[in-house]
Design a binder for this molecule. Structure first.
Ligand code: HEC
Length: 153
């Protein structure tokens, strides 16, 4: 190995080690939350889709894999969970009023129907979260039927 290449690799290695000292501030999972699936009679197949494809960013039941502890991936994961929860947190569903619930259900249908969610960065690493067209339709139809129920409440 040439001397210059060795120096470049050492600098990269040093930088990689140093960035590990920057905290990622991964959002923690709050305990004792409302259980969306217990409270809303979600069909089993839809529950499975939402748990597999959405819960790692939109709930208080986030599972952090090993790379969520290694910078710079950890920064991205923390940011996605923070922004994801700010937009929609299934574990805090009971804290939304009727208008917010209807708005969120509408957006769930739009995002899933148009393929905006789950985020591509997530399905690349979690291929099992990739949704088929039939699964997308299933979620869209379910979000519409729950919206009807919420509307009538
Ligand atoms: C990897 C993390 C991640 C996953 C997995 C994920 N989301 Fe999101 N979601 C986000 C982020 C981040 C945002 C905030 C919007 C943005 O910044 O692009 C968001 C926004 C949203 C919004 C609000 C959109 C808006 O315009 O306000 C909805 C609804 C949503 N997601 C639904 C879902 C559903 C349903 C699933 C599962 C099928 C899902 N998301 C999976 C990260 C994720």
């Amino acid at each position: 190995m040439g001397k210059e290449l060795r120096i470049i690799l050492l600098v990269l290695l040093a930088a990689f080690i140093v960035i590990q000292l920057i905290p990622a501030n991964r959002p923690v999972n709050e305990q004792g939350n409302y259980d969306f699936f217990v409270e809303n009679e979600v069909p089993e197949d839809v529950e499975e889709i939402i748990r597999n494809a959405c819960y790692d960013c939109h709930s208080q039941e986030v599972y952090y894999p090993w790379y969520a502890y290694v910078a710079p991936a950890s920064w991205q994961v923390a940011k996605d969970v923070r922004h994801g929860r700010n937009n929609l947190d299934f574990s805090k569903w009971n804290q939304f009023d009727k208008r917010e619930k209807l708005n969120l259900l509408d957006e769930i249908g739009d995002e899933v129907g148009e393929g905006g969610m789950p985020l591509t960065i997530y399905t690349i690493i979690h291929p099992e979260a990739k949704l088929t067209i039939a699964e997308r339709e299933r979620v869209v139809n379910w979000s519409e039927s729950l919206a009807e129920k919420v509307f009538e409440e």
